[in-house]
Design a protein around this ligand. Structure first.
Ligand code: ASP
Length: 439
């Protein structure tokens, strides 16, 4: 059995956090491959090393003095090395970094040093081999991830190794120039390494005990999700729930490797399992609730719309011509509604309306703004009657007017539109009816 363990920035922000990570890794021999992030925040208004590096490099790029900023970054690492009582010096590394900054090695190179240096410390601390990700993770010339070459080189490099540390967040182009993923990208590296070694589990260690049923800023101490499918997670993530970098799902999903989200500060908690499919029902029929504010609905009416072939295409063409993507598209016999992001739409409102008029010749167009969309997601809905009814009655009791309801064809989610002002209360009401009443 082998596991890949990825630790986020807050899990590696100080020597104290490193020690927690060390005992987690040593607790199970299966935890063989380690993917560290750069040191994150130690306290509320602290700065992540990645951000310090971006700031420092911006000075270098503008030919300004960056000695003080680089020294502060070095101090972050030295604090960790000293706290762990390691016999390790990063002096030579920092001489190289300074030289490369002066030679303008690039923003990505600069940011990647956060993970690179933390990887060196981690490898030294654990006695594991260090593998520079620039030699095993590759990008295509257009900046996209080169999955094929990476898989080939990385699996070969890791073959036969008992343990290794592979820093997160970066790789390189074929010519060796360093390139990073987007922010939070160490999650992707962990997933890629898990795929390369055909890991049994990809453990993603962070500072929360897994995914929560809903946003803790809206519902106090929401319950934890025990098990969620990749598809459910994607639906929730799309609506704003964030646990994992979106692109981290794909490599492990292809291999059917489950992801286990865990908390470095509470290792006894089993966290959340993200899996391909499961026969296990979620405790509350629904798996999660997420939502976003700031939508607009464009309601289009035309008598006999139902028999007019091509009407929908013409309406959508008007949005396409203004380069606006739509979110939802509920329709009736003679009506069609298009939900879009308000901030994308507002500037182009009149242009879209006139294009709809010109192309589709509707009877009326009516626009409503300041709407919120809420997704109630759950694989259990398919086989349970009354889910929509429960949502309706919860919202009716809370005196919330439902503007729209749309059930995805997968029967795994129900999307509800409400006024922005009702957003928080609607989420609370839905949470209460499904979760609180079951506790
Ligand atoms: N250190 C990088 C960031 O702050 C990548 C990561 O932590 O995943 O975005």
């Amino acid at each position: 059995m082998s596991k890949v363990v990825k630790f986020g920035g807050s899990s590696l922000a100080s020597a104290e956090q490193f020690e927690k990570v060390g005992s987690i890794i040593r607790a199970e021999a299966e935890r063989r491959f380690v993917v560290p992030s750069a040191p994150g925040k130690r306290f509320g208004n602290d700065t992540k090393v990645t951000d310090m590096l971006y700031g420092c490099y911006a000075l270098a790029e503008a030919d300004k003095d960056f000695a003080k900023e680089l020294k502060a970054i070095k101090a972050r690492y030295e604090e960790i090395i000293k706290g762990l009582k390691l016999k390790l010096s990063l002096d030579d590394e920092f001489v190289t970094i300074e030289k490369n900054f002066k030679e303008k090695a690039g923003k990505d190179y600069a940011a990647s040093r956060g993970e690179y240096l933390n990887g060196i410390i981690m490898a030294n601390y654990l006695g594991f081999e260090f593998i520079d990700s620039a030699t095993v993770i590759f990008f295509n010339e257009d900046g996209t991830f080169n999955a094929e070459k990476t898989h080939q080189v990385l699996s070969k490099r890791l073959e036969g190794l008992e343990n290794a540390v592979v820093p997160g967040f970066y790789g390189a182009y074929d010519n060796g120039k360093v390139k990073t993923f987007s922010r939070g990208g160490s999650d992707i590296t962990g997933s890629i390494v898990a795929k390369a070694i055909h890991a049994d589990v990809y453990e993603n260690w962070t500072d929360v005990s897994g995914c929560l049923v809903t946003d803790p800023r809206i519902v106090k101490n929401p319950q934890k999700i025990e098990i969620i499918t990749y598809r459910e997670l994607r639906e929730l993530a799309y609506m704003g729930a964030s646990v994992l970098h979106e692109d981290a799902i794909f490599p492990v999903r292809q291999e059917g490797i489950p992801i286990n989200i865990r908390n470095t500060n509470d290792p006894g908690n089993s966290g959340t399992w993200i899996v391909g499919s499961t026969g296990q029902k979620s405790k509350y029929v629904i798996t999660g609730i997420a939502g976003k504010k700031g939508f607009c609905s464009i309601n289009i009416e035309k008598d006999m719309m139902n028999s007019e072939v091509g009407f929908g295409r013409k309406v959508l063409q008007a949005f396409e011509e203004s380069n606006i993507s739509f979110e939802h598209l509920p329709s009736g016999i003679d009506t069609m509604t298009v939900f879009v992001h308000q901030d994308e739409f507002m500037d182009k409102e009149q242009k879209v309306v006139s294009t709809i008029q010109r192309l589709a010749k509707p009877d009326t167009i009516d626009i409503e703004s300041d709407l919120a969309l809420i997704a109630v997601v759950g694989r259990g809905m398919k086989s349970t009657r009354g889910t929509a009814a429960r949502i309706f009655s919860a919202l009716a009791h809370a005196h919330i007017n439902i503007k729209m309801i749309d059930q995805g064809s997968s029967e795994m989610n129900i999307i509800i539109g409400v006024a922005n002002d009702d957003f928080e209360n609607a989420i609370k009401a839905i949470y209460d009816i499904f979760v609180e009443t079951c506790l």
